[in-house]
Design a protein around this ligand. Sequence first.
Ligand SMILES: *[C@@H]1O[C@H](CO)[C@@H](O)[C@H](O)[C@H]1NC(C)=O
Length: 241
Amino acid sequence: MWLIYSLLLAVVNAQSPCDGVSFVDRGGWGAREPFEIQNLTRKPLSFYMIHHESEIATKCYDDDSCIEQVQNIQYNHQNRLDYVDIGYHFLVGENGKVYEGRGWDRQGAHSTGWNKDSFGICIIGNFNTASPNAKTLKAVRSWIECGVERGHVKENYYIITHQQSQSPGLTKGPGNGALDIVRKWPRYCSFENSGEFPRVNDIVISRALNFCKEEFSASSTASTYLIEPMISFCLLLIYYL
Ligand SMILES: *[C@@H]1O[C@H](CO)[C@@H](O)[C@H](O)[C@H]1NC(C)=O
């Protein structure tokens, strides 16, 4: 009995999406101290936002160069953009590792107007045309599921990209190479910021939430419309046979 129980536990544990993520904590990449800490107050959050970093970083494929890129990004955010810390919650390199930026508990600075209700992950490099490699995509998807499993993100979360979150043309992030893949993911929401609202308040994000809820309830109603008549049809068939 005990053996069966431990085996079961082992199977359950092995299936945790968090086990599929090679996290590198701040100590692991030599992060500098944040200038200030602001904790998230609305957890679990509603959105995941996908970014890339194409101006101050290049793609990295091994641990040393990925650490160098993450350090560069932190330097740029703290010393040039005047952020209190690296803006993203997490970053992922094409070595498949996920680097802790602000982590699960602190508010990020990754997309103006969205920072209170979204976790931002940055794919290191430029993905305007090329898509991230398989390792990277797998890491991002496991990270997404991990956040839900650990209760940082709602079960009915939505995935969005940086370019959709801001006025049209403001940013290309995470690049169309990445967007073309992300838009096929199950909780992807197609909301696009029209640019008609100010960036600094909560209007855009509450609009987005309503839009995404409707998009997802519409798609589940569509399947109900299909499935219910099919069931009735089968029952009728059985009845007449
Ligand atoms: C943020 O949260 C941590 C632990 O949850 C706590 O120790 C810390 O004091 C909080 N910091 C601020 C600035 O609220």
